[in-house]
Structures are given as structure tokens and as C-alpha cells.
Design a protein. Structure first.
Length: 227
């Protein structure tokens, strides 16, 4: 692979990314704090935060945390909005941005009950991947999680990430050992993965109640027929 003409990739800018079902807005504490708190700090918050670095918190503490997050320059937080309802459903970050080598991670993902396991969440992931590969020209898109986080590992596989291995004793997280599972997509894989996402996200793949007709794994075949 000849990369003699390679140039460093730009960092993601603060811009809106929009799809059929999801809209990703750059984090603005004034506009988004109330909606994010409502979506992410409800009855399931304690369990939802089991594998996140932060914990469930009061409204005041959440405001302080979200304001500090918005000021960080090493990440870009996208707030996930359900386009149909206008309801804020969660957040996700571009992080570990390696401009020189064209590597970027989607992380700090917290999709709350309003969008968890929905086409909104799937499209939110898709919009980040598409932006990284097609608009910014990154070569590698990463997903990492605590190895004990089985739902996260299943999600990575469903989205088409390739499992690359386990970093044993990678971190001490909340007073416990964390082994980290690594997954990635690379640019050469993206056209086929995009076809699969496009087929699954097609409005024709959902009934009137929003239920899928074909699973994302099956949509790969349908997507490949489009040429």
C-alpha cells in the first residue's frame, strides 16, 4: 500500500450531521443539558453507567460535567436527536483523534431509553462513520469497550466492526480491572458496510410502527444488489 502522498486528516468540525431518523448536533450545554439529563439520568441510570467512566449524578453535578465536557478540545461530542420527535436521546464522541495517521474512535457512547436499540441509534453510528471516512478521509474508525460489556461487543459486531483483540489489564476503572476489547472498521471495508447500512436504513425496510423488516446483517445482501 503506497501512502507516499498521504497527508494528515482534519479534525471533525462542530457541524450538524443529519440522516433520515437521527440528527447529530455539536454539544451545547445551554441547549442540550436538560434534554440529555432527562434521557440519560432516569431510573436506569445506575445500570447504564456500569461501564461508562462517569457515574449517575444530580442535575447540578451533571451541568458542571457537561460544561466541562463541552470545553474539551481533544474530543467532539455529538448529541443525538430523534428527528421525528425532536427529543434528545443520547450522546457519542469522536475521540482519540490521530490526525497524522488517520485514526479516529467513536466512544463515550450513551444512548438512553428514548433511542437505545433503535434505528435512530444505528443511524447515529452510521453518520459518524460516514463523516469520518467520506468527508474527513480517515483510514480507521475504532470502537473499544470493557470486555465485560457484552451488549457493547454485540453492538460492535452488528455494526460491522472487526474484533481485533484484547488489551489485558488495560485500565483501572472505578476500582476494578478493565480488559479492553478492540474493534475497528477501515476505509477499504467502508463501501460494503455503507451499502449494508443504506439498505437497512431505507424507510422501505420499516413498517408503519417503525419495526424492521430485515435485520442489519441481512441487509448486506440487499445493499449489494444496488451496485
Amino acid at each position: 500500500m503506497d501512502l507516499s502522498n498521504w497527508t494528515p486528516r482534519p479534525s471533525p468540525a462542530r457541524q450538524v450531521l443529519e440522516g433520515h431518523y437521527a440528527r447529530l448536533e455539536p454539544l451545547d450545554p445551554v441547549r442540550h443539558a436538560d434534554g440529555l439529563f432527562a434521557a440519560l439520568m432516569g431510573e436506569s441510570a445506575e445500570n447504564d453507567h456500569l461501564y461508562l467512566f462517569e457515574t449517575s449524578m444530580s442535575r447540578g453535578d451533571f451541568q458542571t460535567w457537561i460544561e466541562a465536557k463541552a470545553k474539551r478540545t481533544d474530543i467532539l461530542c455529538g448529541v443525538v436527536v430523534d428527528r421525528e420527535t425532536g427529543v434528545i436521546g443520547g450522546r457519542q464522541d469522536f475521540m482519540r483523534i490521530d490526525n497524522a495517521h488517520g485514526v479516529i474512535e467513536i466512544g463515550s457512547i450513551h444512548w438512553g431509553p428514548p433511542i437505545a436499540r433503535s434505528r435512530v441509534a444505528t443511524e447515529a453510528l452510521y453518520l459518524f462513520a460516514k463523516h469520518a471516512f467520506e468527508d474527513l478521509g480517515y483510514r480507521r474508525f475504532e470502537w473499544k469497550c470493557n470486555n465485560d460489556n457484552l451488549p457493547s461487543k454485540r453492538a460492535a459486531s452488528r455494526f460491522g466492526f472487526t474484533y481485533e483483540g484484547l488489551f489485558r489489564q488495560h485500565m483501572v476503572a472505578k476500582g476494578k480491572n478493565r480488559d479492553t476489547a478492540w474493534f475497528s472498521m477501515i476505509d477499504s471495508e467502508w463501501p460494503a458496510l455503507r451499502a449494508r447500512f443504506d439498505a437497512w436504513l431505507d424507510p422501505a425496510n420499516f413498517d408503519a410502527e417503525g419495526r424492521q423488516k430485515a435485520a442489519l446483517s441481512a441487509a448486506e445482501v440487499a445493499g449489494s444488489k444496488g451496485g
